[in-house]
Design a protein around this ligand. Structure first.
Ligand code: ADP
Ligand code: MG
Length: 478
C-alpha cells in the first residue's frame, strides 16, 4: 500500500504487481524524509525539484538504507547520476545512521505536494481510510496527483470529452451510462479519468470509486480464477459506485475476460452505478471485442478526443510553463507547438527537457538552445521516419532479409532484431501499437507492447543490445 493524495491505494509494482511489500518506515524516518525532500526544493531549485525530485517517494527503511521510489527507469538513472550523492548527504546530516540511498522503480508511484506538507500525511488517518475502502483500494490503481481538472486545458479537440467528464462529477444522478472516452495515444484520456476520480473524492467522499486499466482488470480476474476466488472478485467490482476502466482495447481477443467484464458492467448499470470507459477507438471499431459488449459500450455517451490543434498545444505549453514557474520565452513555446505535433505527452516531455537542461547548465532558454537540446526529437519530427525505413535499417544492421521483419519465424536470431525494430518504431514514429503490429506481418498490439518492454529491459542488462539500438537509431536520425 502507498498513499497518494491522502488516500490509500495499491501500487502495482513494476507493472506486474508481483513483488514483496517493503517494510514500512517509522514515523521518525518519514518525517526526516519529508524535511529532506523539502530542502531539495530549496537546494536544487523549483524546476529541477518538480521535474526530478518531487516524484521521489519513501518506501522503506532498513539497516541504514533509505529506499525511495521513482516512476521510471530513466528517472532513476538520472537521479542516481546527478542528485543521489547529495540527497544521501542531506539524509545523513539529519541522521548519521543513514548510510545508503536505494532508488527503485515503481510505476505510477507519484505523490502530491500536499502530502509532503504535513497534515494529510497523518499515518493514522491514512490507516483508517485504508480500512474503510480497503477492499476497493487493493484493486484500484493509484491516481496521478497531476491529473486533475485544474490542470486540464480545454480546447476544441477535447471540449466534448471534458464537458462530459464534468457532468459525471457534478450530477446527482448518473447522467449517462457508460461514459465512453476515446482517442489516440497521449491525448488526455487517462488525465480526464483521474480528474473525475479526484473530484468525486472531493464532492462525494462517501462514494467508492474504482479506477484501473483493462490490463489490470484482466490480471485480477485471471488471478481470481487461479485462486478459485471469483466470488470475491465479483463482489469487489460490484460494490463500487463508480467504475473506471482505462484502455479497454486491451481485452480485445480475451474472451473470458470480456465475458466477466460484460457481467460486471451489466450488474453495475442495473444498480444505476456510473461506468466510465476509455479506449483508443470508437466502440464500433474495437476489433476483437464481442458484438454484444461493443453495442453495450455505445449505449451511453460516446465522446472522442481529436488530435491536438496548434492553439491547444500552445495553451497547454503556457499552462505548463506557469506550473513549472520557468522562464521560457513565448517564441520557444510557439516553436514547440509548431514542431511537436504527435501528442501531448511528447509535447510536455520536450518542455520538461529544455527546462531541466537550462537548470543544470545554468543557461537561459532560447530558441537556439531549444533546438540544440531537442535535436534528436526535432529531427525525428522533421524527417518523419517511417516504419519501412526502420525495418530496412534493422535488417541491414543484423544482416537479415527485409521479409524477416514480417515473417512468422521465431528463431531468436530473427525475433530479437524484429523486436528491436518494433521498439524503434514505437520510439521514433507516432504510430500506435496496433498500427505497428500491422506493419510487422499483422501482429497483435500486445506483441508490440511486449517487444518494447523486452528491449527496454535488455538495454539495461545487455550492452550489445543497447549498442545495436543506438547504432540503428543514429543511422535513422542522424
Ligand atoms: P492518454 O491516456 O490519452 O494516452 P494521458 O491522459 O496519459 O493520455 O495524457 C498524456 C499527457 O498529456 C499527460 O501528462 C497529461 O497530463 C497531458 N495532457 C493531456 N491532455 C491534456 C490537456 N488537455 N491539458 C493538459 N495536459 C494534458
Ligand atoms: Mg492512457
Amino acid at each position: 500500500m502507498s498513499d497518494v493524495g491522502g488516500k490509500s491505494v495499491a501500487v502495482l509494482q513494476g507493472g506486474t504487481g508481483i513483488e514483496a511489500e517493503p517494510l514500512e518506515p517509522s514515523q521518525e524516518i518519514m518525517s526526516l524524509w519529508k524535511k529532506v525532500h523539502q530542502s531539495m526544493r530549496g537546494e536544487f531549485g523549483e524546476a529541477i525539484f518538480r521535474s526530478w525530485l518531487k516524484p521521489l517517494v519513501l518506501r522503506a527503511y532498513y539497516h541504514g538504507t533509505m529506499e525511495v521510489s521513482v516512476p521510471t527507469r530513466f528517472m532513476r538513472d538520472w537521479i542516481q547520476n546527478h542528485y543521489a550523492e547529495r540527497i544521501l548527504a542531506m539524509c545523513s546530516e539529519s541522521d548519521s545512521g543513514i548510510k545508503k540511498l536505494q532508488i527503485v522503480v515503481v510505476q505510477n508511484a507519484i505523490i502530491d505536494d500536499e502530502d509532503l506538507d504535513g497534515a494529510k500525511q497523518d499515518v493514522k488517518s491514512v490507516k483508517a481510510n485504508q480500512n474503510k475502502k480497503g477492499e476497493v483500494a487493493s484493486v484500484s490503481s493509484p491516481l496521478d496527483a497531476r491529473f486533475k481538472f485544474e490542470s486540464f486545458v480545454v480546447g476544441k479537440p477535447n471540449a466534448l470529452a471534458h464537458a462530459a467528464a464534468r457532468r459525471v462529477v457534478e450530477s446527482m444522478a448518473v447522467p449517462f451510462n457508460p461514459l465512453f472516452l476515446y482517442g489516440g495515444v497521449g491525448l488526455g484520456k487517462t488525465h480526464l479519468m483521474h480528474a473525475i476520480a479526484w473530484q468525486m473524492e472531493e464532492h462525494w467522499p462517501d462514494k467508492t470509486v474504482m479506477y484501473l486499466s483493462a490490463e489490470k482488470f484482466m490480471y485480477q480476474f485471471v488471478r481470481a480464477l487461479r485462486a478459485n476466488d471469483t466470488m470475491n472478485f465479483k463482489e469487489q467490482f460490484r460494490s463500487v459506485d463508480v467504475l473506471m476502466i482505462d484502455d479497454v482495447q486491451f481485452i480485445s481477443g480475451k474472451e473470458s475476460t470480456q465475458e466477466e467484464f460484460f457481467h460486471t458492467f451489466n450488474a453495475l448499470v442495473d444498480q444505476n452505478k456510473q461506468i466510465i470507459i476509455s479506449a483508443d477507438k470508437a466502440p464500433s471499431d474495437l476489433a476483437g471485442i464481442d458484438e454484444r459488449l461493443r453495442s453495450r459500450l455505445a449505449w451511453g455517451l460516446v465522446a472522442d478526443i481529436h488530435p491536438t490543434t496548434y492553439e491547444l498545444r500552445l495553451g497547454i505549453l503556457q499552462a505548463k510553463r506557469q506550473q513549472l514557474q520557468a522562464d521560457v520565452p513565448s517564441s520557444v513555446l510557439e516553436f514547440l507547438a509548431l514542431k511537436v505535433t504527435s501528442n501531448i505527452r511528447e509535447l510536455e516531455g520536450a518542455l520538461n527537457r529544455i527546462v531541466a537542461h537550462s537548470d543544470v547548465a545554468k543557461q537561459e532558454i532560447t530558441l537556439e538552445s531549444t533546438q540544440e537540446v531537442l535535436q534528436d526529437l526535432l529531427r525525428a519530427h522533421d524527417r518523419r521516419i517511417t516504419i519501412d525505413e526502420i525495418q530496412r535499417k534493422v535488417a541491414e544492421h543484423y544482416n537479415l532479409r527485409l521479409s524477416d521483419m514480417h515473417s512468422a519465424r521465431r528463431a531468436r536470431s530473427v525475433a530479437r532484431p524484429r523486436q528491436v525494430a518494433m521498439y524503434l518504431a514505437k520510439q521514433l514514429t507516432a504510430r500506435s501499437l496496433p498500427e505497428i503490429g500491422r506493419k510487422f506481418g499483422g501482429r497483435d498490439h500486445t506483441t508490440v507492447m511486449h517487444a518494447v518492454r523486452k528491449i527496454e529491459e535488455l538495454m539495461d542488462e545487455d550492452a550489445q543490445i543497447a549498442q545495436d539500438v543506438d547504432v540503428v537509431r543514429r543511422a535513422l536520425t542522424g
